[in-house]
Design a protein around this ligand. Structure first.
Ligand code: AMP
Length: 283
């Protein structure tokens, strides 16, 4: 496995692989790798002959007062995970490599970035789309892999790629969960034991949504009310939002007819945690 800290060395490695006719796959991450990331790497290894994992805690997607400084950076453990998973190249640039000077050119997807996480994290998605556009330009992957765990991010990236005719395919992989249902996340390590136990209620609320939809309930207000009741059973959980939205436009809907996204964001002690499920009443 090769490790590149500079754009130049990453590009050289990709050029060699492409010369051999390999399909290039990219898994963009912020490191602190876990089984969720590994599932993306495995999907990439299946489809691509040359798999790149980028590890970059991207400063432009963190707001003031967010966890940029304290975000975990277990470099050696991440390298071991990548090596074991069959990664060919880790691209781990320092911030000065990605942002050598003040950035004046941003990629901003409109509308889709306004609701849900966009409300409480202004500028977050602009940072995400800009860094992904940069990564796509640096390694020019044929396929990039993202997780359903960050549903809004996946939808926003897909739209950026479509709107800007970027020549790559975006693959979205299912959310990997802990045995109690909690979506695996690098931020779960911020939780103490009690908070970690309480965090299972996020998934319980989402399961409630699925249950109600399966039972034929389609009024989103009614479903959201029941989801709230579950989260309120734990006083440690502060609800940021519970929304059921159209899965293409991310606009709130009154009734579920066909595809929808149910998304939750909460604060639990020092962590901000998100989760979601896709619903399809026509399936
Ligand atoms: P992050 O390092 O948190 O920026 O995540 C990098 C990629 O891994 C993103 O596409 C995430 O959606 C994805 N990811 C994070 N957690 C999970 C999970 N539990 N299951 C599947 N994908 C995930």
């Amino acid at each position: 496995m090769e490790v590149a800290e500079t754009i130049e060395t990453a590009r050289a490695a990709v050029k060699t692989a492409r010369g051999k006719g390999e399909i290039i796959g990219l898994v963009p991450t912020m490191g602190a790798l876990h089984i969720g990331h590994v599932s993306l790497i495995e999907a990439a290894v299946k489809k691509c002959g040359f798999v790149i994992v980028s590890i970059f805690v991207n400063p432009t997607q963190f707001g003031p007062g967010e966890d940029f400084e304290k975000y975990p950076r277990p470099v050696e453990a991440d390298m071991d995970i990548c090596r074991e998973a069959g990664v060919n190249l880790v691209f781990a640039p320092k911030p000065g490599q990605m942002y050598p000077c003040e950035i004046l050119t941003w990629v901003n997807v409109e509308k889709l970035t306004e609701p849900l996480c966009g409300k409480s994290r202004p500028g977050h998605f602009r940072g995400v789309t800009t860094v992904c556009a940069k990564l796509f330009n640096i390694v020019q992957p044929d396929i990039a892999f993202f997780g359903q765990k960050d549903a809004q991010q996946a939808i926003v990236i897909r739209r950026m790629v479509a709107d800007l005719n970027m020549p790559l395919e975006i693959v979205i992989c299912p959310t990997i969960r802990e045995p109690d249902g909690l979506a695996v996340s690098s931020r779960n390590q911020y939780l103490d034991r009690q908070q970690r136990q309480d965090a299972a209620y996020i998934y319980k609320s989402i399961e409630k949504c699925r249950e109600m939809v399966n039972a034929g309930k389609i009024e989103t207000r009614e479903i959201i009310e029941e989801m709230k009741k579950i989260l309120r059973q734990k006083s440690s959980i502060k609800i940021e939002y519970i929304s059921i939205v159209d899965s293409d436009t991310l606009e709130a809907i009154d009734r579920i007819a066909g595809k929808a996204l149910a998304a939750v964001a909460v604060r639990l002690g020092p962590a901000r945690l998100i989760d979601n499920i896709m619903i399809d009443t026509k399936k």
